[in-house]
Design a protein around this ligand. Structure first.
Ligand SMILES: N[C@@H](CCC(=O)N[C@@H](CS)C(=O)NCC(=O)O)C(=O)O
Length: 310
């Protein structure tokens, strides 16, 4: 991680935990919005911003899906880091077809953080929305970037899609809150738990949440109302990694995903949409998660599972 703008080599992929061994996620440090009246001058312009993502990362893939659903590929460049975290964090090496950083010439993601803030302390996470005009990070919080892509770039979006319609905001926010706590972050809490009690608590939340989603999807195509919203993006990124990584590596193995028929049908429905399918690189997901040494010291990537939906 970066400490006061300097990369500290003793990088530890397992995140912080509380006294009971529960995993704690770092809060994001750059939280600007984009707008014609942005006090920092972050105005919406085609060609000005770059979205840095990793295909392994569910948080980054949320933003990639939103960008493609909105039809913003022509306006915002995307650069992809390698799937494996190195001892210097995310790298640009061209591994598995990833990108070199031709925009900033960085070899590692942390260089962009210290360029944006020479005194930055924290992990150099993806996604990052970068401003090539002011040479800085606009935002590194995927929940914000989802909203930025949905609304702040509306004048440039080629698709007339609203992922957060006013009439559904309460349902979206309520569903997102449960999804985040019990599912999106819940799988990480199971995977990175350092005590049995913390793991037991997390894995129960994950499977209670799957059962709740399955019941909700019985009479509805989407999770937060009768249309596709950002909530479906948030659910998808965790669902599509479930069999590939969370079931095995994160020990979320109480039941297979196939035990939830409505959830499976929903996952297939989302995978039929190009913005969703194109965000899934199974080889990156497996290589990335199984490279977490603290959870998989040998680094061996399992052969399976063979999945008929990917
Ligand atoms: N709050 C962030 C979390 C992003 C996040 O945790 N990204 C992970 C990859 S899945 C990361 O970059 N980890 C690198 C690290 O922790 O050093 C968001 O949702 O945007």
């Amino acid at each position: 991680m970066l400490i006061n703008g300097q990369w500290v080599e003793k990088w530890q992929p397992v995140q912080a935990s509380d006294d009971e061994g529960r995993f704690i996620r770092q809060t994001s440090g750059f939280r600007h919005r984009i707008g014609v009246e942005s006090p920092e001058g972050f105005t919406p312009e085609a060609g000005r911003y770059v979205l840095y993502v990793a295909y392994i990362c569910p948080w980054a893939c949320r933003t990639l899906i939103a960008l493609r659903l909105k039809g913003l590929e022509h306006a915002i460049d995307v650069r992809v880091v390698d799937p494996r975290l190195t001892d210097q964090g995310w790298a640009f090496s061209g591994e598995l077809g990833t990108d070199r950083d031709d925009i900033n010439g960085a070899s590692h993601m942390h260089e962009l953080y210290s360029r944006a803030d020479p005194t930055y302390t924290g992990r150099a996470t993806v996604p990052v929305l970068w401003d090539r005009s002011r040479n800085t990070i606009v935002n590194n919080e995927s929940a914000d970037i989802l909203q930025i892509l949905n609304r702040d770039f509306d004048a440039l979006a080629r698709n007339d899609v609203d992922l957060r319609p006013a009439a559904l905001i309460d349902a979206i926010d309520a569903t997102n809150a449960r999804l985040y706590a019990d599912f999106n972050n819940g799988v990480y809490q199971a995977g990175f738990a350092t005590t049995q009690a913390a793991y037991d608590e997390a894995v129960r939340q994950v499977f209670d949440c799957l059962a709740w989603m399955d019941a909700r999807l019985k009479g509805s195509q989407w999770l937060a109302g009768e249309r596709l919203t950002e909530t479906d993006i948030r659910a998808f990124v965790t669902l599509v990694r479930f069999d590939l990584a969370y079931y095995g590596l994160f020990k979320c193995n109480l039941r297979p995903l196939s035990a939830y028929p409505n959830v499976m049908a929903y996952l297939r429905r989302l995978l039929a949409l190009p913005a969703f399918t194109s965000s899934v690189q199974a080889d990156h997901i497996k290589a990335g998660y199984y490279s977490i040494k603290a959870l998989n010291p040998t680094g061996i990537v399992p052969a399976g599972p063979l999945l008929d939906y990917l």
